[in-house]
Design a protein. Structure first.
Length: 327
């Protein structure tokens, strides 16, 4: 599928993109940028939110640097220019993590240009990434999640929107889904017989996620009684819908979760991703194996999942320090 998408993209770029890229020097960088973003969408199947807020943002920053240096021809950019750009970022007090992300973006961009024969060499080769400290994911305790669930349980189930919000919150913690995955779930993703969700994750990768008996019953109740009240005769391919029959946005769900956290009087920054981290950490604390957690989270590399073992070791150290007489 990816190979076919890549071939189709190459045909389209040769047919349509060539003329675009041969625009004036002033606009050439942005022509290449647009071509790269189309590639990320068509071939890599990245979400618009990802390539617009990350790749476009980082490359616009690089474009500003090029303009200040009066560099117009991408073919003339050297490793020295890339190193100067890194210094330029440091002068603006960007963190090592932000600089590392920008280098990764530039590396992807120039590798794409090289593969498409728009440049003759990659100026980002031999450029080292800044060393990063390992940031542990922010998680909630079991008691904090229980407090959130208690508030969610008190939502007025007689009101379709509040009943929907309760099911979504329960499902988010029960599955560890990304919020973007949750709001984009299609109606056909839920298998009543198996009690699984078929989830389309990053890069278009599919995975099956078990949801547990309580979450399954809540979801069936939502589908049988709540969702029809929201749609009022309209149809929608989405599992979780608004009164307009549209899928909920991730920003709207973020607001709903913030309101639940406020009512639960939790001072921590409660985000959908914090619930995802909590889901993984609580599973490992209760004896789940790392490979199973990796599959449920949809991580392509187990080293990403291994980060949660550091959270567990950090928790054990704090318990030892607090309760051991020589801690």
């Amino acid at each position: 599928m990816a190979d076919r998408a890549k071939k189709n993209f190459k045909k389209r770029s040769q047919a349509n993109g060539g003329a675009d890229v041969q625009s004036s020097k002033q606009n050439s960088f942005y022509s290449y940028l647009d071509l790269f973003l189309k590639y990320l969408s068509a071939v890599c199947r990245l979400a618009p939110n990802t390539y617009n807020k990350s790749y476009r943002y980082d490359l616009n920053s690089f474009a500003s640097f090029l303009e200040k240096r009066a560099i117009e021809d991408l073919k003339k950019i050297t490793r020295s220019d890339i190193r100067e750009y890194i210094s330029w970022c440091r002068d603006r007090r960007l963190s090592s993590r932000s600089i590392s992300r920008r280098i990764s973006t530039l590396r992807s961009f120039f590798r794409f240009l090289l593969a498409e024969n728009h440049i003759e060499s990659d100026p980002t080769s031999m450029i080292d990434q800044p060393k990063l400290g390992r940031t542990l994911p922010k998680t909630l305790t079991v008691n904090e999640v229980d407090a959130l669930l208690a508030v969610s349980e008190k939502l007025d189930k007689g009101k379709p929107l509040e009943a929907r919000n309760h099911v979504m919150f329960h499902l988010l913690y029960a599955t560890g889904l990304r919020v973007s995955e949750l709001v984009k779930l299609p109606l056909i993703s839920f298998n009543r017989h198996s009690g699984n969700l078929r989830v389309l994750g990053k890069g278009g990768k599919e995975r099956l996620v078990p949801i547990g008996e309580q979450a399954r019953l809540l979801l069936e109740e939502y589908l049988d009684h709540v969702r029809p009240q929201l749609l009022l005769g309209k149809t929608s391919p989405s599992l979780f819908v608004t009164r307009q029959g549209k899928a909920m946005t991730r920003n709207r769900y973020w607001q709903i979760l913030k309101d639940i956290a406020r009512q639960a009087d939790i001072s921590k920054n409660v985000s959908p991703h914090a619930l995802r981290h909590s889901f993984a950490t609580h599973l490992l604390e209760n004896g789940a194996d790392l490979r199973s957690v990796q599959l449920m989270l949809g991580h392509s590399d187990i080293s990403t999942t291994q980060l949660y073992t550091h959270v567990e070791r950090s928790r054990l150290k704090s318990i030892h320090k607090k309760f051991h007489p020589r801690g």
